[in-house]
Design a protein around this ligand. Structure first.
Ligand SMILES: O=P(O)(O)OC[C@H]1O[C@H](OP(=O)(O)OP(=O)(O)O)[C@H](O)[C@@H]1O
Ligand SMILES: [Mg+2]
Length: 178
Protein backbone atom coordinates (compact mmCIF):
# COMPACT_ATOMS: atom_id res chain seq x y z
CA UNK A 1 0.00 0.00 0.00
CA UNK A 2 1.27 3.48 -0.83
CA UNK A 3 1.08 6.02 2.00
CA UNK A 4 0.09 8.79 -0.44
CA UNK A 5 -2.43 8.81 -3.26
CA UNK A 6 -1.05 11.92 -5.01
CA UNK A 7 1.55 14.67 -4.68
CA UNK A 8 -0.45 17.89 -5.01
CA UNK A 9 2.23 20.54 -4.39
CA UNK A 10 5.79 19.69 -5.44
CA UNK A 11 9.03 20.89 -3.87
CA UNK A 12 9.58 23.06 -6.93
CA UNK A 13 6.05 24.53 -6.74
CA UNK A 14 6.69 25.50 -3.10
CA UNK A 15 10.02 27.09 -3.85
CA UNK A 16 8.68 29.19 -6.73
CA UNK A 17 5.65 30.27 -4.71
CA UNK A 18 7.82 31.34 -1.77
CA UNK A 19 10.03 33.36 -4.12
CA UNK A 20 6.94 35.28 -5.27
CA UNK A 21 5.31 35.68 -1.86
CA UNK A 22 8.53 36.75 -0.16
CA UNK A 23 9.13 39.42 -2.83
CA UNK A 24 5.67 40.82 -2.16
CA UNK A 25 6.16 40.70 1.63
CA UNK A 26 9.57 42.41 1.42
CA UNK A 27 8.01 45.20 -0.64
CA UNK A 28 4.98 45.61 1.65
CA UNK A 29 7.09 45.77 4.83
CA UNK A 30 9.98 47.84 3.46
CA UNK A 31 11.27 50.16 6.20
CA UNK A 32 9.22 48.36 8.86
CA UNK A 33 10.42 46.11 11.64
CA UNK A 34 8.69 42.78 10.89
CA UNK A 35 7.98 39.96 13.32
CA UNK A 36 7.10 36.60 11.79
CA UNK A 37 4.98 34.47 14.11
CA UNK A 38 5.15 30.78 13.23
CA UNK A 39 2.48 28.40 14.43
CA UNK A 40 4.13 25.24 15.69
CA UNK A 41 4.58 22.61 14.65
CA UNK A 42 3.11 22.62 11.17
CA UNK A 43 4.60 25.96 10.08
CA UNK A 44 8.22 25.04 10.81
CA UNK A 45 9.15 24.29 7.19
CA UNK A 46 7.35 27.21 5.57
CA UNK A 47 8.67 29.59 8.24
CA UNK A 48 12.26 28.48 7.68
CA UNK A 49 12.02 28.77 3.91
CA UNK A 50 10.17 32.09 3.99
CA UNK A 51 12.43 33.67 6.62
CA UNK A 52 15.53 32.79 4.57
CA UNK A 53 14.10 34.90 1.76
CA UNK A 54 13.65 37.94 4.01
CA UNK A 55 16.16 40.66 5.03
CA UNK A 56 18.37 39.56 7.94
CA UNK A 57 16.71 42.01 10.33
CA UNK A 58 13.46 40.00 10.23
CA UNK A 59 12.55 38.39 13.54
CA UNK A 60 10.89 35.07 14.30
CA UNK A 61 8.80 34.02 17.24
CA UNK A 62 6.73 30.89 17.78
CA UNK A 63 3.44 29.92 19.27
CA UNK A 64 2.28 26.33 19.69
CA UNK A 65 -1.42 25.66 19.43
CA UNK A 66 -3.10 22.39 18.70
CA UNK A 67 -6.61 21.44 17.68
CA UNK A 68 -6.11 18.19 15.78
CA UNK A 69 -4.40 15.97 18.34
CA UNK A 70 -3.49 12.70 16.63
CA UNK A 71 -6.51 12.51 14.29
CA UNK A 72 -7.65 13.94 10.95
CA UNK A 73 -10.57 16.06 12.24
CA UNK A 74 -10.42 19.38 14.12
CA UNK A 75 -11.60 19.12 17.71
CA UNK A 76 -12.92 22.67 17.37
CA UNK A 77 -11.08 23.61 20.57
CA UNK A 78 -7.82 25.51 20.26
CA UNK A 79 -5.31 25.11 23.07
CA UNK A 80 -2.15 27.20 23.63
CA UNK A 81 0.72 24.81 24.25
CA UNK A 82 3.41 27.51 24.11
CA UNK A 83 2.92 31.27 24.06
CA UNK A 84 5.05 33.90 22.28
CA UNK A 85 8.17 35.30 23.93
CA UNK A 86 7.75 38.70 22.22
CA UNK A 87 5.63 41.60 23.43
CA UNK A 88 3.49 42.55 20.42
CA UNK A 89 2.69 46.14 21.34
CA UNK A 90 3.44 48.40 18.38
CA UNK A 91 4.83 45.52 16.30
CA UNK A 92 4.08 44.61 12.70
CA UNK A 93 3.17 40.92 12.93
CA UNK A 94 2.83 38.41 10.12
CA UNK A 95 1.39 35.05 11.18
CA UNK A 96 2.94 32.24 9.15
CA UNK A 97 0.83 29.10 8.78
CA UNK A 98 1.08 25.88 6.82
CA UNK A 99 -2.66 25.42 6.28
CA UNK A 100 -6.11 26.88 6.77
CA UNK A 101 -8.52 23.95 6.87
CA UNK A 102 -11.68 24.79 8.88
CA UNK A 103 -10.20 28.20 9.76
CA UNK A 104 -10.85 27.58 13.46
CA UNK A 105 -7.18 27.80 14.51
CA UNK A 106 -6.39 31.04 12.68
CA UNK A 107 -9.66 32.72 13.55
CA UNK A 108 -8.92 32.11 17.20
CA UNK A 109 -5.28 33.11 16.85
CA UNK A 110 -6.05 36.35 15.02
CA UNK A 111 -8.44 37.38 17.79
CA UNK A 112 -5.88 36.47 20.41
CA UNK A 113 -2.94 38.32 18.79
CA UNK A 114 -5.02 41.37 17.81
CA UNK A 115 -5.87 41.93 21.47
CA UNK A 116 -2.16 42.39 22.29
CA UNK A 117 -1.75 45.90 20.86
CA UNK A 118 0.17 45.12 17.65
CA UNK A 119 0.47 47.86 14.99
CA UNK A 120 -0.70 45.31 12.39
CA UNK A 121 -1.46 41.60 12.23
CA UNK A 122 -1.65 39.85 8.84
CA UNK A 123 -1.71 36.23 7.71
CA UNK A 124 0.40 34.21 5.30
CA UNK A 125 -0.59 30.59 4.68
CA UNK A 126 0.96 28.14 2.27
CA UNK A 127 -2.25 26.11 1.80
CA UNK A 128 -5.98 26.69 2.09
CA UNK A 129 -8.88 24.28 1.59
CA UNK A 130 -11.71 26.53 0.32
CA UNK A 131 -14.28 23.70 0.57
CA UNK A 132 -13.48 22.98 4.24
CA UNK A 133 -13.64 26.51 5.63
CA UNK A 134 -16.11 26.94 8.50
CA UNK A 135 -14.85 30.35 9.64
CA UNK A 136 -13.61 32.92 7.10
CA UNK A 137 -10.17 34.29 7.90
CA UNK A 138 -8.63 37.29 6.11
CA UNK A 139 -5.50 36.04 4.34
CA UNK A 140 -3.10 38.56 2.85
CA UNK A 141 -0.58 36.10 1.39
CA UNK A 142 -1.82 32.77 0.02
CA UNK A 143 0.21 29.98 -1.53
CA UNK A 144 -2.14 27.31 -2.93
CA UNK A 145 -5.80 26.38 -2.74
CA UNK A 146 -6.10 22.61 -2.41
CA UNK A 147 -8.91 20.03 -2.44
CA UNK A 148 -10.73 19.04 0.74
CA UNK A 149 -8.54 16.00 1.47
CA UNK A 150 -6.27 15.26 4.40
CA UNK A 151 -2.75 16.16 3.30
CA UNK A 152 0.69 15.60 4.78
CA UNK A 153 4.25 16.77 4.20
CA UNK A 154 6.22 20.02 4.37
CA UNK A 155 5.35 20.43 8.06
CA UNK A 156 1.91 18.80 7.96
CA UNK A 157 1.50 15.61 9.94
CA UNK A 158 -0.71 12.67 10.52
CA UNK A 159 -0.09 11.48 14.11
CA UNK A 160 3.26 13.37 14.05
CA UNK A 161 4.46 11.52 10.94
CA UNK A 162 5.30 12.73 7.42
CA UNK A 163 6.20 16.31 8.48
CA UNK A 164 9.65 15.98 6.91
CA UNK A 165 8.53 15.28 3.33
CA UNK A 166 9.68 18.08 0.99
CA UNK A 167 6.30 18.09 -0.86
CA UNK A 168 2.59 18.08 0.05
CA UNK A 169 0.67 14.89 -0.72
CA UNK A 170 -2.80 13.45 -0.12
CA UNK A 171 -2.61 10.83 2.59
CA UNK A 172 -4.01 7.46 1.58
CA UNK A 173 -7.22 7.09 3.65
CA UNK A 174 -6.19 3.47 4.29
CA UNK A 175 -3.44 4.87 6.55
CA UNK A 176 -6.01 6.31 8.94
CA UNK A 177 -8.60 3.61 8.37
CA UNK A 178 -11.43 5.42 6.53
O1 LIG B 1 -7.98 25.53 9.99
P1 LIG B 1 -7.92 24.45 11.02
O2 LIG B 1 -8.98 23.40 10.77
O3 LIG B 1 -7.97 24.95 12.41
O4 LIG B 1 -6.55 23.66 10.80
C1 LIG B 1 -5.30 24.29 10.64
C2 LIG B 1 -4.37 24.02 11.77
O5 LIG B 1 -4.23 22.62 12.01
C3 LIG B 1 -2.86 22.23 11.99
O6 LIG B 1 -2.31 22.28 13.26
P2 LIG B 1 -2.46 21.12 14.36
O7 LIG B 1 -3.53 21.47 15.32
O8 LIG B 1 -2.59 19.79 13.66
O9 LIG B 1 -1.06 21.18 15.10
P3 LIG B 1 0.40 20.92 14.45
O10 LIG B 1 0.72 22.13 13.63
O11 LIG B 1 1.30 20.76 15.61
O12 LIG B 1 0.29 19.68 13.60
C4 LIG B 1 -2.23 23.25 11.07
O13 LIG B 1 -0.84 23.37 11.29
C5 LIG B 1 -2.97 24.52 11.40
O14 LIG B 1 -2.39 25.19 12.50
MG1 LIG C 1 -1.22 18.47 13.05
Amino acid sequence: MDDFTKVIVSENDISRKLDALSAQIREDYEGKDLLLVGVLKGAVMVMADLARRMPPTVQMDWMAVSSYGSGTKSSGVVRILKDLDADLSGRHVLIVEDIIDTGITLHWLLGNLRSRGAASVEVMTLLRKPDAVQVEVPVKYLGFEIPNEFVVGYGLDYAERYRTLPFVAILNPAVYGD
